[in-house]
Write a protein that binds this ligand. Sequence first.
Ligand SMILES: [Zn+2]
Length: 347
Amino acid sequence: MSLSFEPLLKTRRRFLEVGAAALASAALIACQPTITSLPKEKEMPHISTTLGPKTQAELGLILPHEHVFVDLRTWDKSGYAQAETSDVIALMGPELERAKQAGVTAIVECSAVGVGRRADILKAVSEATGFPLVAPTGVYREPWIPPWVHEASQEKLRDWMTAELQGQIEQTGVQAGWIKLSAGDNGITATETKVLAAAAGAGVVSNAVIGSHTIRGRVVRDQLDIIEKAGYTPQRFIWIHAQAEPDFDLHLEMARRGAWIEYDNIGSGQDAQHIERIVRLLDAGFGDQILLSHDRGWFDPAQPKGGVPKPFTFLSESFLPRLKDAGVDASLIRKLTQDNPFRAFAR
Ligand SMILES: [Zn+2]
């Protein structure tokens, strides 16, 4: 009896698989009709950048949280996210050249939808400098969230993020390399919860990492609960701006749950505390979950010719020597600045 059922079961399973695949691709086409063929993805773990997929062998030091172009005015202001691409290249090109000289091989750009994301400009700056940037899908917190996100269903947001992570952003030819979002300082709002649950859904499909600008550790606790409920894992979550939480026990709690702990205002006057916290995390066995960056840059469209950018070189030139003096050896520094950011963003 069982033998005669087997082929039938196989046929049925195959039918279901083919049916599910067809449905999935139909859903993708419906939500993003602009997907065109992009360079075939590499088989090895890689980071999607403005210059295509990059493997670890092609990269060294990676800064996981910087900005090349940001507009912190909300979407309804005139001139929001507008700039001449040539002006951005003129201002930020030299900064990326300086970063290269300081040993930086890629920068993760953290300007999501809501704070002036312009993947087309990022791509032009990258092409002018030969320097890869990692662009996000996702959307910032209230009040920067635009109306279409408030109105969209969780499923629609999930499919939009998935399409940008597996296809491209707005016909730019740039594939999103990760998901950036945020939550309010006093607690996550209903719309921010919807965005995060959608991101977790997109993460399940794409294995992309989710990074969240979150100032309070107890809000991160709620965010990790939401991610787990959606079937994704805290191991694919970066707590951006963790340094803003004074209670170090919360850093340890989120690390224990598997999240990445990102100290990303290196060079802003908190470095002695950063070094102390890094050493404590290393001693507690969480060296594989630490990320370090400056949160610097950028071209600001609200300023004449983009304003005055801050360089991306402090970590390499000043902070890492101090970290070494504090007893963190070269192989650990390599882990923190090369291996960790690669593993966080690779998929
Ligand atoms: Zn930032």
